[in-house]
Design a protein around this ligand. Sequence first.
Ligand SMILES: *Cc1c(COP(=O)(O)O)cnc(C)c1O
Length: 420
Amino acid sequence: MQGFEIRDGALAVENVPLATIAEQVGTPAYVYSAGAIRTRYRALAAALDPLGIAIHYAVKANSNQAIITLLRGLGAGADVVSGGELARALAAGIPADRIVFAGVGKTRDEMAAALDAGIHLFNIESEPELETLAEVARSKGTTARVGLRVNPNVDAKTHAKITTGKAENKFGVPIERAPAFFARAGELSGVEAVGLSVHIGSQILDLEPYRQTYVRVREMALTLRAQGYGLRNLDLGGGLGIGYRGEEGPDPQGLAAIIKEQLGDLDFELAVEPGRWLVGAAGVLLARVILVKQGETKRHVVVDAAMNDLIRPTLYEGFHRIEPVVGRDRADAGMADIVGPICESGDYLAKDRPLPAVAAGELLVVRDAGAYGAVMSSTYNARPLAPEVLVDGDRWTVIRPRQSVDALIALDKVPDWLAG
Ligand SMILES: *Cc1c(COP(=O)(O)O)cnc(C)c1O
């Protein structure tokens, strides 16, 4: 992956050795490569621009203001799933008319904020949500543009917790119900149904489910048009996976070819909403070994990063390569579990991994942690949020400082009647 290089046997992010960053900001710390994000964005845009497909970055993958700003500068719009993400996208300068609002449970306040901002489109996931949005829009004397998120009942062949396009998932309405939904929308003032959207899951490595999905979307889009609905927008989802084991992973040209094949001959406004593919491989989590515990059957390498910093292994059985930062040419010393200090058996970053002999104080790097890393972190065990660093060539900046324990404590308020 571009952005990460071995220099004198040590891992560097662009021109900055990770050891330098660890020394100056401490560990654990997230480090991102601006160059890697640019490379990914440009590769995606090169595949999609010729087909006129807009890119709406799925902000939930990494919502640091610096990352959103970087992607905005490259031309990305935004896919947001909460009022907070909407505010972040707007604060980063993404034009409102390039923002799409998705999610199964938007509140009235969130809908109102998005209407006030003048966003491009709401992707609506149920009839009750449609009715509520219509009410909120009417109360403001405006009309909300709506895309219907349909569930194509396709198996994305990814982890159960990140598959979203099967009939039993909570997302969208069954695709065959789209005509009824459009009919209902037509009866309501305050909403104008203009599109369909799909998003079948995340970390999708096999492109075939996309094809099956777009076959169904095409069919339904044509049906709706034939019924006289003014359908203009097709939002084709995110979900493109990355090679967490160091393999290439799917190529955006492959996705573009499928889109072209299924939808290229129809005059719809097309958009995709990738998150992980743009930022996942562009970030790492730096950790330091606290101690090594050699048990009878296992070597536990206890590090200062934990499930509160990176929950993907615990939550999704997510695989991340873990490697020493310096002295990388050492031989493996058998298997190890790399675990955090949190009081949960689920607190691990990797299990049964070949790893060289490592010593207390040594730096390890958890690869491909740029997506669904920092954004999913918590302060469990009163562990402050880890800092985030952005590297660009020779320069680097802390784009979120490490939270202090004092700041963490100051978030709480002790009632006067308990204080004395
Ligand atoms: C999470 C999400 C995405 C992005 O998924 P990735 O796997 O990160 O590409 C896109 N669209 C919607 C509706 C989402 O919920």
